[in-house]
Write a protein that binds this ligand. Structure first.
Ligand code: ADP
Ligand code: MG
Length: 406
């Protein structure tokens, strides 16, 4: 039997009870004959002692200036603590295991500290340890530069570590263990009757992840898709096999109809500011060009762009809104802005060309008196912008309109 990569997220490692579940999944797969490579995240979330955000808050308290390179060094600590803890537990259970840092596991990255890109994975050391019958525990989210500096891979980086290892090792499967029963039709923290999906295609989950479903990082899915490595997203706290992510051909027979379901799920991104600018008569297109050039020059990424014969309307993240407004005022314009908006997305492979979907969206929202501030669509997604206070209602209304709980 081949190599299985298991990735355990922060909440899967943060309590003794959770770690017992982890040990159970490890032992079960070992008994089934797999060679195991385990990728771990830092334990817990902000506020808990060894979580990465806690370490950061602590190091930069009182506004201490921590350079990016040294920040990455600090951010590598949480995963090291998790990995050593798990190694101790496995050894006590009589399971020979060893810990490799990102660098030791062969992750070579560029030097963009805080958001480094993987250039290569050289897994020789891992393979050597596997041949010595060890379970190999790799600290997720990290790598090193050619010069040997520690780097981190940005948000969701441990997911990326796991699928990049899956690809480099030609693993049979990458299992992403988390605190929910797989990929659901919406975030279960907001939509209570969200339902786990048995199968999804790489493209479907990639779209959902890009639109805010944070259960797996989109970059991690892209890497798995390129290498054609199947991924399973599943719960640490149950035996359920969760959601299988693979090519649609692979599950056509298992679940007829699933390939052409037209809506897969609902997702959201919050903290968005809508900016609208009326353009002076006479030079509308010149002003529109100036606007978007000013955003680019300030490094502000824009989304949801609607250019009309008299105006430009678009969105930026809240944390860029002050800078954006200032840049527009410098051009002599008088922008209007609305902060705290939420981009809600209806995602599915078959949206393209199905008549009446937008009508259903408008109907679902208007019966709840929810105002659509803006909308846009592509062949896989329809987006609507709503106010923050309407977010929860919007997600629930759309989820039920498309009968995703069934
Ligand atoms: P981990 O620490 O295991 O990486 P994350 O917090 O990154 O966990 O991801 C799991 C969380 O993703 C879940 O607790 C859930 O609230 C959230 N989530 C958002 N959208 C979805 C979705 N469509 N399906 C499943 N979980 C989702
Ligand atoms: Mg995660």
């Amino acid at each position: 039997m081949g190599i299985l990569v298991q990735k355990f997220g922060g909440t899967s490692l943060s309590t003794p009870q959770a770690r017992e579940h982890v040990i159970r999944h490890v032992k079960r797969e070992l008994a089934a004959g797999h060679s195991l490579v385990i990728v771990v995240s830092a334990m817990g979330r902000r506020g808990e002692p060894y979580a990465t955000d806690t370490l950061l808050d602590w190091a930069v308290q009182n506004g201490n200036a921590l350079p990016e390179r040294e920040k990455d060094l600090l951010m590598c600590c949480g995963e090291i603590i998790s990995a050593a803890t798990l190694c101790g537990l496995l050894e006590s259970e009589g399971v020979p295991s060893t810990v490799l840092t990102g660098a030791q596991a062969g992750f070579l990255t560029d030097a963009s500290f805080g958001n480094a890109r993987i250039l290569d994975v050289r897994p020789e050391r891992i393979l050597r340890e596997l041949r010595a019958q060890k379970v190999v525990i790799v600290t997720g989210f990290q790598g090193q530069t050619e010069e040997g500096d520690f780097t981190t891979l940005g948000r969701g980086g441990s997911d990326t570590s796991a699928t990049a290892l899956g690809a480099a090792l030609r693993a049979d499967m990458v299992d992403i263990y988390t605190d929910v029963d797989g990929i659901l039709t919406a975030d279960p923290r907001i939509v209570e009757d969200a339902r786990p999906l048995g199968f999804v295609s790489y493209t479907e989950i990639c779209n959902m992840a890009y639109q805010g479903a944070k259960v797996i990082h989109p970059r991690a899915v892209e890497i798995a898709m390129q290498a054609q490595i199947p991924v399973r997203v599943r719960s640490t706290f149950s035996e359920s096999e969760g959601t299988l992510v693979t090519q649609p051909e692979a599950f056509k027979d298992a679940q007829p109809g699933i390939v052409d379901r037209f809506v897969t799920g609902i997702a959201y991104v919050n903290n968005i500011t809508q900016i609208s600018v009326e353009c002076p008569d006479g030079n509308v297109s010149g002003v529109q060009l100036q606007i978007f050039k000013a955003m680019a020059d300030n490094g502000i990424s824009v989304d949801f762009i609607n250019v009309t014969p008299t105006s430009a309307v678009y969105t930026v993240f809240d944390n860029n809104s002050e800078k954006a407004i200032a840049a527009l005022q410098e051009l002599g314009l008088r922008p209007k802005s609305l902060s705290g908006c939420v981009k809600v997305s209806v995602i599915g492979g078959g949206i393209n060309g199905v008549p009446g979907i937008m009508a259903r969206i408008v109907e679902a929202l208007s019966t709840q008196n929810i105002q659509i501030l803006q909308s846009a669509d592509s062949n896989t997604t329809i987006w609507v912008l709503v106010k923050k206070e309407d977010m929860v209602q919007s997600l629930r209304a759309l989820h039920s309109k498309f009968e995703l709980h069934r």
